[in-house]
Ligand binder design. Sequence first.
Ligand SMILES: NC(=O)c1ccc[n+]([C@@H]2O[C@H](COP(=O)([O-])OP(=O)(O)OC[C@H]3O[C@@H](n4cnc5c(N)ncnc54)[C@H](OP(=O)(O)O)[C@@H]3O)[C@@H](O)[C@H]2O)c1
Length: 335
Amino acid sequence: MQAWQISTFGIDSLEFAERSGHEPGPGEVQIRIRAVSFNYRDLMMVKGLYNPKMKLPRIPCSDGAGEVTAVGEGVSAWKPGDRVAGIFMQNWADGPPTPAKTKGALGGDIDGVLAESVVLSEAGLVAVPAHLSFEEAATLPCAAVTAWNALAVAGLKPGATVLVQGTGGVSIFALQFAQLMGMRVLGISSSDEKLERARTLGLHDGLNYRQMPDWDRWVLDQTGGEGVDLVVEVGGVGTLPRSLRALKMGGTIAQIGILSGHGEQLPLPLILHKQARIRGIYVGSRRDFEEMNSCITLAALKPVVECCSWLQVRDVLKKMEAGAHFGKLAVTVDH
Ligand SMILES: NC(=O)c1ccc[n+]([C@@H]2O[C@H](COP(=O)([O-])OP(=O)(O)OC[C@H]3O[C@@H](n4cnc5c(N)ncnc54)[C@H](OP(=O)(O)O)[C@@H]3O)[C@@H](O)[C@H]2O)c1
């Protein structure tokens, strides 16, 4: 079977290689991958910035969807033909995270899904919503589950205000979920066109952070000086100080990403004065994924995804590197 693999770090070094597949053993399931979506993590992984010590060669990517082609001895949960996606951390089924549960991340600790076929444990899969194409379903395992949990940890009611940063995979899912939950969503982006597009998904107000870097002031203006109930924080060091200033007293920052390189010193007193809750999010469990899928099915929610071909993987990663995308990027796997 063919797969993309990292043998040497760098987008242009990504190899299209022949790999030996294997039959599913006891408790294992073989999946014919039909589509794969990309996360910023995959880009960092390929460039050697996520884990420079990663053992190579490694097949990247955590997010794929496909159909079951064979099951090993003792597998009762799945049968050939079932439409499934792998869960991000193969060992985290339920409950709070532990060091053991958070090992086994696809496309990092173990080989990922940028391959024609994969074999995973039966416990490492979820059924994908029936109304989604494989490309749409492939967007869910990392970005969508992360956005879902960012909203869940804040415990907000309809009418609350959420700030999303940028228009990438996590942020657009956060916008879609918050909109479904009856919340007011403010957003910042580098592009007026992307903000316009986000408005069609329910964004209430947006600001171009390139044109107005002190977006925390704008957020305060938009909220009568109060600030937002939740910041879905994907910027990291460069945005966290402003996120704290833009936060309501007692509000939550869901700390997710590390997109920005450097920033001012953290205004630590603000954390105390605002009694801010800063909660780290690391994707989520299989149960989180299943609960999110129930909501996606009920709401008939459609992920926002641009699809390219199986041989365009390097171009897709370059597009992500340039920040030229909106929502998710995926490839359809040709067989
Ligand atoms: N903790 C977790 O479990 C978890 C899970 C998923 C992702 N992440 C992390 O979350 C971050 C986002 O991931 P993703 O896959 O959604 O990325 P992505 O799809 O590549 O989205 C990146 C977008 O963020 C915006 N952005 C970049 N720098 C920004 C800044 N300084 N301020 C505001 N917005 C900025 C840009 O949108 P505009 O062009 O609209 O400005 C850019 O296109 C990454 O750091 C990733 O590693 C963490």
